[in-house]
Design a protein around this ligand. Structure first.
Ligand SMILES: Cc1ncc(COP(=O)(O)O)c(C=O)c1O
Length: 215
């Protein structure tokens, strides 16, 4: 898309597989951003940085807090806006109302959807009054904008989230899941001499062992 530039997400695996898992990719991604802004889109020509605090379709990867903090610093320094896409990660899915909260970063604009209506089509653009006041009435619309049924669904979702302590439950279940996964991670794979299993191991098809379970 013209005028849109991207950098790799701060995760070693997104570096074309050339970096080892221990590589501190946060600083690498900041360097990529600085390089991009030096070579292709100067900060003075850049309106905004758009980021998912948890990368969704790209692999379900949480952005390290220091990466988001670095983006905030650069946006503040150069007068760019930080737009956080919480369409997938928002409304309790990470155990907080919004995933960006963990980093302490305050975005200028946040876009939300999916969990907001819990199945009903509704989305939202959240921002500061000084920005939203610039929108003249009628300048932002959409086919489904202002659907009373979807708005009622979002209100109901909000009520359930608060009254049924959903965030607390998400955190408890998350703790259970990660404890079980971390236990699996340290459980050594069974020794086998069966030729088919040995062949599978040689090709890397072992029991699932993900080194990134810590939380
Ligand atoms: C993170 C994220 N942002 C934006 C979108 C786009 O939302 P929409 O389908 O409403 O354009 C999606 C859709 O899946 C998404 O996952």
């Amino acid at each position: 898309m013209h005028g849109v530039f991207s950098i790799p997400f701060p995760y070693w695996h997104q570096s074309s597989g050339v970096l080892p898992p221990s590589t501190p990719t946060t600083s690498l991604s900041h360097q990529q951003l600085d390089l991009l802004q030096a070579q292709q889109t100067a900060p003075s020509d850049t309106d905004a940085i758009f980021v998912e605090p948890v990368l969704g379709k790209g692999g379900y990867l949480p952005a390290p807090p220091e990466f988001l903090q670095g983006l905030r610093e650069r946006c503040d320094k150069h007068g760019m806006m930080l737009i956080v896409d919480e369409v997938q990660s928002g409304v309790g899915r990470t155990g907080a109302w919004f995933a960006v909260e963990e980093s302490g970063v305050r975005p200028d604009i946040m876009v939300i959807a999916k969990g907001l209506g819990n199945g009903f089509p509704i989305s939202g653009v959240v921002s500061r009054r000084e920005l939203t006041d610039k929108l003249v009435p009628g300048s932002m619309g959409g086919t489904y904008a202002g659907s009373a049924v979807s708005c009622a669904a979002a209100v109901a979702v909000n009520k359930v989230m608060c009254e049924e302590n959903i965030l607390e439950n998400v955190n408890t279940r998350s703790h259970e899941l990660f404890s079980a996964l971390n236990a699996l991670k340290y459980d050594p794979p069974p020794k086998t001499t069966h030729p088919r299993r040995a062949r599978a191991r040689a090709h890397g098809r072992r029991r699932v062992r993900c080194p990134k379970f810590k939380r």
